[in-house]
Design a protein around this ligand. Sequence first.
Ligand SMILES: Cc1cc2nc3c(=O)[nH]c(=O)nc-3n(C[C@H](O)[C@H](O)[C@H](O)COP(=O)(O)OP(=O)(O)OC[C@H]3O[C@@H](n4cnc5c(N)ncnc54)[C@H](O)[C@@H]3O)c2cc1C
Length: 337
Amino acid sequence: MIQTDILIIGAGPCGLFTVFEAGLLKLRCHLIDALPQPGGQCAEIYPKKPIYDIPAYPSILAGELVDRLMEQAEPFKPGFTLGERAEQIEKDDEDQFIVTTNRGTQHRAPIIAIAGGLGCFEPRKPPVPQLADFEDKGVEYIIKDPEFYRDKKVVISGGGDSALDWTIFLAEGVASEVTLVHRRKEFRGHLDSVQKVMDLAAAGRVRLMTDAEVIGVEGDGQLSSVEIKTKADGNHTIETDHWVPLFGLSPKLGPIADWNLNITKNAVEVDTFDYSTNVPGVYAIGDINTYPGKLKLILCGFHEATLMVQSAFKRIYPDKNLVLKYTTVNGVNGFEG
Ligand SMILES: Cc1cc2nc3c(=O)[nH]c(=O)nc-3n(C[C@H](O)[C@H](O)[C@H](O)COP(=O)(O)OP(=O)(O)OC[C@H]3O[C@@H](n4cnc5c(N)ncnc54)[C@H](O)[C@@H]3O)c2cc1C
């Protein structure tokens, strides 16, 4: 059981900034995110896009913003449960929330901060018969840990940056064999990544199949081969340990919709006094909340996180007096260890 002061559901920019603001009040945080890396939409959807409306940064790449937020949170030693979806919430008899993930990891905290953005990113699944039978038995939609593929045969499908980047990474000394399958000849990813894949294919380190798609999966309980249909020369059966279709992720509110929260149009209603929800002890900040005048901007989520932790502190320590002090006065005194 992971115990913390504020359990943050969602490690997007607003969840990450909460760690800093909570840390200033000596509150510890732990973050859960369904994605394998922190950063939310910034990391998953547009890491290379510049953002122009972060105060004091005339321009910053979204991926770099995530790095800076991680750096800012670091002194406060946040814990992370990544690649797991917060599924269930309940209360124990000491008025603490217990949040359990889809993988059974349990977390306990007096305060929950939902920073779930647009919700969980669900993988777009290709319409291949019997696909569900092989999920986590050779078929994965997200690469959580590339070491999992060491010395394995891997087929990757997709034409975007994710498919290209992982093909390059796995082909450079990780997997024993990498095949990249794409429906078209042209790729949507960065030109330098496309060129790198072409170079690896020319050097015989990637089997590149374009104008092609996986149409079948086979195996005896565990994936052993995929069937690939090509425009040029019919169907091929390729032996493989893994098939990783990387067709993008689409957000869904997911389990949070069943947490007895007041919800309007896929967003959690909050009181703008402190961003509390209708469930005492549960707050919602960032893109996931709604109130009159709401703007889905990172800047607004940062403000919400700052006010929310003040209220959380008062809930945890009702008898302590909280006086606002500037960081220039107090410094940023992180936690040890
Ligand atoms: C293309 C694009 C460009 C943008 N440009 C700008 C810009 O220039 N300026 C700006 O201010 N904003 C911009 N935005 C909006 C900005 O990205 C969002 O406002 C911001 O990401 C919201 O942050 P967040 O932390 O609330 O949520 P998110 O970034 O959405 O992160 C939420 C996280 O919660 C996780 N999650 C959800 N439910 C669960 C669950 N049950 N269990 C575990 N994890 C869960 C998700 O996996 C996700 O990682 C842009 C958005 C897009 C798509």
